[in-house]
Design a protein around this ligand. Structure first.
Ligand SMILES: [Zn+2]
Length: 94
């Protein structure tokens, strides 16, 4: 079984390069309620997120935001989140 020594590092390198490619293209996060992996870009587009105490939480489906809002403290404790983007300024200082 000498070949295994050569195959395993190649497989590891391949999966790492795929993962970093995927990460650049489409960042993933877990649904704050159910823990499914979801795309941040897609969830943002679909408004499947909620802001709570300066953090933004993402959801996999329509039911999850309601569940989150009914008890945000419980989910915020363990759920992955990103800092709430401050993007609503239309005009910067001229
Ligand atoms: Zn869901």
């Amino acid at each position: 079984m000498v070949a295994m020594r050569y195959i395993l590092p190649i497989l590891a390198a391949l999966s790492m390069s795929v993962a970093s490619f995927a990460d650049n293209k489409d960042k993933q996060i877990k649904c704050a309620v159910q823990g499914f992996a979801i795309s941040i870009a897609q969830a943002t587009k679909d408004h499947m997120f909620a802001d709570y105490k300066g953090r933004r939480y993402f959801f996999c489906c329509n039911g999850c935001p309601q569940e989150f809002k009914s008890n945000p403290a419980k989910y915020a404790k363990t759920a992955p989140s990103i800092p709430t983007p401050k993007s609503t300024k239309k005009k910067s200082t001229k």
